[in-house]
Design a protein around this ligand. Structure first.
Ligand SMILES: *Cc1c(COP(=O)(O)O)cnc(C)c1O
Length: 512
C-alpha cells in the first residue's frame, strides 16, 4: 500500500489527476493513507486548537487538551497527546479534547510546541546576562546571540526559498514594510519606464503599497499601474495573458510584481517562466510576494533569477501572528564581489538605510558613513525583535526536520484527495439547478498549493460557515462567498480531510 501513496505522488507530480478507488470515500481509506504518511509524526509537534479550547472564554493555563511537555524541537518527536473518549466535561461538551479540523494554516499556522522553549530561552538569556545577550549565547540554548539570530534564520531558509547562499535571505520587519523597502530599491521609475505590472486583485496591503509607491514618485496609478486580469468566470490567470501583458508594456515597465500564489483563488503562478520572459523583454526588476507560497510549494528563487521576494512567517511557516518577515535579494544585486569573485552587475543598489544594515563588525562603531552588510542583510533598518526571531527560529527548526520536497509530495496527494471528495459531493447533488459551490482553484495540481477556494452559491455563506464552526472546522471566509480550505501537510491528516467533507456536506444540506 505504501507504493499506492508513492504512485499517487508520481501521477500528481506529472500534473495528472489520479482517481481514487471506490472505497476511498471511507474513513478507513483516509486512515490507511495516514498510516503510510512519512510526515505523520509532525502533527505531534504542534498545538492544534481543540474544540474545547476554541470555546474557551478565559485563559486557564492550558494551551492544549493535555499538557504534553516540551517536545518537537529539532528532531525529538512529541509525546502523543491523549484523547480521552466520551468524558463529560462540566460544560456538557464531550468533544472538548478533540482537535479541531484546522484548515487555516494559509492564514495563521498552528503553533509549533517548540516555540515555547525558544521564547523561554530568550527570556532566561535576557534575565541572566542582559545586554551581553547581543554577543553571547548559552551553550545549550536553542538560540544564537541576538546579533546573529537573523543570519541564523537565513541559513535555515535555503531549502524553503531556493537561495544559493544565506546572504540572499534576511529576516526583518513585516511583509508590507519589506515590500516598501524592496520597492524603494527596485522600483526606480524614469520618464520612459514608470509602470508596475501587477495582478487584478492583489492582497489589499499589496495594492495599497503599490499605489502609494507610484504616488510617492509623483505618478498616478491611472497611468503607471497595469493590471493583468483573469478569465472573468473561472478567475484563472493564464500565463499567456501575463506574458502578453509584459510584451505590451515592456518598454515602459519598471517593475513586475506578482504573487507566487494568488491569495484568493490559490493559483500558483509559473514563477520561472514569467520571470524569464520579463527578463528577456528587458524589464529591469521582477519581484514576487510569496506570502502564500513560502513553506507551501517548492521555490528556487536564485536559479529562477528573481530580483527580490518578500514573505511573512505566520502563514505556512507557523511563526505566530505578525512575526518578523523574510526577504530575498538575488546575489547579483549584492554590493561587492560574490563568493565566486564575480562582481554584481548593478554595483551598490540604493536603499533606505538604517544602522542594522551596516556590516555587523562595524555596527557598533557608530560610523557616520554607511558600510552595508553583504547581501540581503544590508537592507536591514532597525534592531530586530528577538522575541520574533526566537519564534521564527523555532518554526524554521520544524521545517529543518523535513524538506520542501517531502512536504510538497504529501500536499499534492492531500489536496487532490480533498478535491476528489468534493467532486463527489457535486456529483451527489441533483442535476439541474445551480450547484451549491464551485472550486475556483486551478484543477492542475502543479498550479496550486495546499489551498482550495470554494465559491459558494450566493446566500449560503452565513449558514454554512456557522455549521462548519459548530462541526469543529476552522477555515477562513473571504466575503461575500468564498471559503478557503487549506489542509496543510505539516500537521493535517487525510482523516481530517475526510471529516471536513462530511461536515461540509451536512452544512450544505442544512443551509439549503
Ligand atoms: C498575508 C499577506 C499580507 C500581510 O501583510 P503584513 O504586512 O504581514 O500584515 C500581505 N500580502 C499578502 C499577499 C498576504 O498574503
Amino acid at each position: 500500500m505504501s507504493s499506492e501513496f508513492q504512485s499517487l505522488i508520481k501521477t500528481l507530480r506529472a500534473g495528472q489527476k489520479p482517481e481514487f478507488p471506490p472505497d476511498a470515500r471511507s474513513i478507513d481509506y483516509a486512515r490507511q493513507l495516514d498510516s503510510q504518511d512519512k510526515l505523520g509524526s509532525f502533527r505531534e509537534k504542534f498545538n492544534i486548537p481543540t474544540r474545547g479550547s476554541l470555546r474557551k472564554k478565559a485563559l486557564n493555563g492550558r494551551a492544549t487538551a493535555k499538557p504534553t511537555g516540551v517536545n518537537g524541537c529539532n528532531g525529538t518527536n512529541g509525546v502523543k497527546a491523549q484523547k480521552p473518549n466520551g468524558i463529560s466535561h462540566a460544560n456538557g461538551h464531550t468533544d472538548d479534547d478533540t482537535p479541531s479540523i484546522y484548515f487555516v494554516g494559509n492564514s495563521l499556522g498552528a503553533q509549533p510546541k517548540c516555540i515555547r522553549e525558544h521564547l523561554d530561552a530568550h527570556l532566561e538569556t535576557w534575565a541572566s546576562i542582559g545586554v551581553n545577550g547581543h554577543f553571547t549565547s548559552f551553550e545549550d540554548s536553542p538560540l544564537a546571540a541576538w546579533q546573529d539570530m537573523a543570519a541564523d534564520c537565513a541559513e535555515k531558509s535555503l531549502d524553503l526559498v531556493g537561495a544559493a547562499a544565506p546572504s540572499e535571505v534576511i529576516y526583518m520587519n513585516t511583509l508590507t514594510v519589506n515590500l516598501h523597502l524592496m520597492m524603494a530599491s527596485f522600483y526606480r521609475p524614469t520618464e520612459k519606464r514608470h509602470k508596475i505590472i501587477a495582478e487584478w486583485k492583489p492582497f489589499p496591503s499589496d495594492s495599497y503599497a503599490i499605489a502609494s509607491q507610484i504616488q510617492w514618485h509623483n505618478l498616478s496609478p491611472a497611468t503607471s499601474l497595469v493590471e493583468v486580469h483573469p478569465d472573468p468566470h473561472t478567475l484563472y490567470l493564464s500565463t499567456d495573458q501575463i506574458l502578453a501583458t509584459i510584451d505590451a508594456h515592456a518598454d515602459s515597465t519598471a517593475l513586475l510584481l506578482l504573487p507566487g500564489i494568488q491569495y484568493y483563488t490559490g493559483q500558483l503562478l509559473d514563477i520561472p517562466r514569467i520571470t524569464a520572459h520579463a527578463r528577456a523583454r528587458g524589464i529591469p526588476a521582477v519581484g514576487w510576494d510569496l506570502a502564500h507560497a513560502v513553506g507551501n510549494v517548492e521555490l528556487a528563487l536564485h536559479d529562477w533569477d528573481v530580483d527580490f521576494a518578500v514573505w511573512c512567517t505566520y502563514k505556512y511557516l507557523n511563526a505566530g501572528p505578525g512575526a518578523i518577515a523574510g526577504a530575498f535579494v538575488h546575489r547579483k544585486h549584492h554590493d561587492g564581489p560574490d563568493p565566486d569573485g564575480r562582481v554584481g552587475d548593478a554595483g551598490y543598489r540604493h536603499r533606505l538605510a538604517g544602522w542594522y544594515g551596516a556590516e555587523k563588525t562595524v555596527r557598533f562603531n557608530m560610523d557616520k558613513v554607511f558600510a552595508p552588510a553583504e547581501g540581503a542583510a544590508g537592507w536591514q533598518v532597525s534592531n530586530p525583535s528577538v522575541v520574533d526571531l526566537a519564534s521564527v527560529k523555532g518554526a524554521l527548526g520544524v521545517f529543518g526536520q523535513t524538506t520542501m520536497r517531502e512536504l510538497r509530495d504529501k500536499a499534492v496527494v492531500l489536496t487532490r484527495y480533498l478535491e476528489w471528495l468534493l467532486e463527489g459531493l457535486l456529483e451527489e447533488e441533483e442535476s439541474g439547478g445551480e450547484q451549491a459551490f464551485r472550486i475556483i482553484t486551478p484543477g492542475n495540481p502543479l498550479e496550486r498549493g495546499s489551498q482550495l477556494s470554494l465559491l459558494l452559491r450566493a446566500g449560503l455563506m452565513e449558514r454554512v460557515s456557522a455549521r462548519l464552526a459548530e462541526g469543529g472546522v476552522v477555515i477562513d471566509v473571504r466575503k461575500p462567498d468564498v471559503i478557503r480550505v487549506a489542509p496543510v501537510p505539516m500537521y493535517c491528516r487525510f482523516e481530517d480531510v475526510w471529516e471536513f467533507v462530511e461536515v461540509f456536506r451536512n452544512a450544505l444540506e442544512e443551509a439549503r
